[in-house]
Every structure is written in C-alpha cells, then in structure tokens.
Design a protein around this ligand. Structure first.
Ligand SMILES: Cc1cc2nc3c(=O)[nH]c(=O)nc-3n(C[C@H](O)[C@H](O)[C@H](O)COP(=O)(O)O)c2cc1C
Length: 327
C-alpha cells in the first residue's frame, strides 16, 4: 500500500480489520467497512448526498438511524430562498432531472437541525453555497458541523454552484477562505460540467481542501413533446441517478490519479456493486442521493452486500481501493 493510500484514510481501517479478523474471523465483519475520513470516524463509507432528505434534523437523523456512515445537509446559503418554480424534478430514463434552485432556510436557521441530526451519533456535514469567497467563509465561520462540503457544482442556480466551480481560480480562493475560517475538514464538491475535472480538483487541493467530492449532477433538459414546453420550470436542470454513474466513475478515476487528498464518489449508486465499483475507481467513500428516495434502507443493504462480497473474495476494502489503477 503506497503512502498516498495511507494518507487517504485507510490506515485506521486496516488496523481495525486486522484486529477484527484475528479475533473473530471474516464472518464477524462489523468493523470491515469502518474508516477515518479527513479525521472523521465513520462506521461505513456510505453517506447521504446533499439535497436528498437533508432539510430537517429529523430526516437527517432518520437516514443516519437507517445505517448511513455520515449525513450531509441540503446546501445552505446566506439568505433563505425558495428556489425555482415548479416543476422542479422529473423522472427520466435511468434517473432524475432536477432544478430545485437551491431552496434553503439559510444557515442562520439551521444550527438546531444539525444538532438534532447529531443525535444519531454519526458525523453531520454541512453543505454550503455562496456567490463569492466571503459568503462561504461567513457561513463556515458561524455554523458548527463536523465538516463542510462546498457546493461549487450545482448546475442550475445562476451565480452559484457550477457558475463558480468551473473557474479554478475561484475554487482555490473559496477553498482557502473557508480553510482560514474553520478547523473543520473542508470537502469541495465538483461539477462534471467542465472539460477537465482534474484542473478543478487540483485547484481545490491547492486551496487546502481536505477532500474532493465527485460529482454533482450533469446538466440536462427534457421537453414535453405535446406542448413543446421544457418540462422543468427552470427549462434545464441536473441529471442524477443510474444514468450518470459511468460519468462519475470516470471523474473519480481521473481525480484519484492526480490528487493527494481523498476523493469521495457520488453519482448513480443504487446497490453494493455500484459502491464497490466507485472504490475500485479510487473513491475512499461514497455518497448516495437519488436511490435513497426508493429505498430508505439502502445504506444497510449496501453495507451488508459489500461485506458479503469482500468476505467471499477474501479481500479487505483496502485491497480494492483504487484497484483498477494497479491493473
Ligand atoms: C433533488 C436533488 C437535490 C439536490 N440538491 C443538492 C444540493 O442542495 N447540494 C448539492 O451539492 N447537491 C445536490 N444534489 C446533487 C446530489 O447530492 C448528487 O451529487 C447527485 O444527485 C448525484 O448523485 P445520485 O445519482 O446518487 O443522486 C441534489 C440532487 C437531487 C436529485
């Protein structure tokens, strides 16, 4: 195992797995998936993605109680906003198109929700957004969470998200401004809607990011052929779900190659095989969004599927981390 792998969060996991294996054998696998990610202890590498069931402490806690290793809030901005006009979400082949427009109650009204979610005993990560470095650092300077995920990647909120996250200089500036404001780990969530995601990942790393998260939704559009109208109120939105998994896998694969910091994978995960694929591509941990809507038990299902697979193969998760790069 190379030193980068150790740095990316697996040292603790290997030690725990070895202790567990020695004591109980491979069938007792409750520690098999545990890890330390940017200093946070996770019982498994499966996290709730931002924007899905993340608007109240109660719903975040429910997801955590249902097996998530960590939960991420809906993206929070400076002022309360109601988002785009309806329809804001539509199911399409193999996924969903959404243009919520970052509706949120403002970070100023959210601390109590984070504290409620903390009752589940897993790390609560605050997803935050803003229009400039000052916005991001204001939020990170006040809100108390186990980590911050910087949303510089939402594809459908003018002046925010991907409007910022396609510019490497801005991503570096925002990341370093947030790092200066908080001691909590800072993750930067990247957009796939760029020519080369590695350039943006490297900018986040230069800014001091503790991890990057890939990917947010892929810009897309659907049209109602009976009326000729775009289906979403915002005309276009972001595609999520199974359709984007190969895009996300390639982004994780590319980022793993160039970064020293951990890559967290997200995009189209709906079962344990998808999660394994992301880890083989180079993700230390993964986030799950769209698929949670159809199966609230998905975190438990994926954990046990991964454990069974690894036990059958006689592998640790360490063995499969970035596996495809070694072939
Ligand atoms: C309805 C909806 C709302 C979302 N809201 C946010 C958000 O507030 N902040 C963010 O960073 N990503 C948001 N996302 C993107 C997801 O976190 C995730 O990156 C994306 O959906 C891909 O993962 P999935 O295929 O597992 O859903 C949202 C996605 C959906 C479907």
């Amino acid at each position: 195992m190379c030193s980068i792998v150790q740095a990316k969060g697996y040292k603790t996991r290997t030690r725990l797995v070895n202790i567990k294996k020695a004591k109980y054998g491979l069938n007792s696998v409750s520690l098999m998936l545990s890890l330390t990610l940017t200093g946070l202890k996770l019982k498994n590498p499966l996290m709730l993605a931002a924007g899905i069931m993340g608007t109240t402490g109660g719903s975040l806690k429910r997801i955590a109680d249902n097996g998530a290793g960590a939960v991420i809030t809906k993206s929070l901005g400076i002022e309360p906003t109601s988002g785009h006009n309806n329809p804001t979400m539509v199911e399409v082949d193999c996924g969903y198109l959404n243009a919520m427009g970052l509706p949120n109650p403002s970070y100023k009204n959210f601390q109590q929700e984070i504290d409620i979610a903390r009752g589940a005993g897993v790390p609560v990560i605050a997803s935050i957004f803003g229009g400039c470095a000052l916005d991001f650092s204001e939020i990170a300077g006040v809100l108390d969470a186990e980590a911050f995920e910087l949303n510089v990647s939402c594809p459908h909120a003018h002046g925010y998200g991907a409007y910022i996250g396609t510019d490497p200089a801005l991503v570096e500036d925002i990341t370093s401004a947030v790092k200066a404001e908080t001691d909590a780990p800072v993750w930067v969530k990247l957009t796939p809607n760029v020519t080369d995601i590695k350039i943006i990942g490297l900018a986040a790393q230069r800014g001091g990011a503790d991890a990057v998260v890939a990917i947010n939704t892929v810009r897309g559009m659907a049209i109602d052929i009976n009326s000729g109208y775009p289906i979403l109120g915002n005309r276009f939105g972001g595609l999520s779900g199974s359709a984007i998994k190969p895009v996300a896998i390639k982004c994780v694969y590319d980022l793993y190659d160039v970064l020293k910091i951990p890559v967290i994978g997200v995009g189209g995960i709906s079962d344990w095989k998808d999660a394994i694929e992301f880890i083989m591509a180079g993700a230390v941990a993964v986030e799950i969004g769209s698929a949670v809507g159809k199966n609230i038990n998905i975190f438990k299902d994926i954990s046990s599927g991964m454990e069974t697979f690894l036990a059958k193969k006689g592998w640790t998760i360490n063995d499969i981390y970035g596996m495809v790069h070694k072939i």
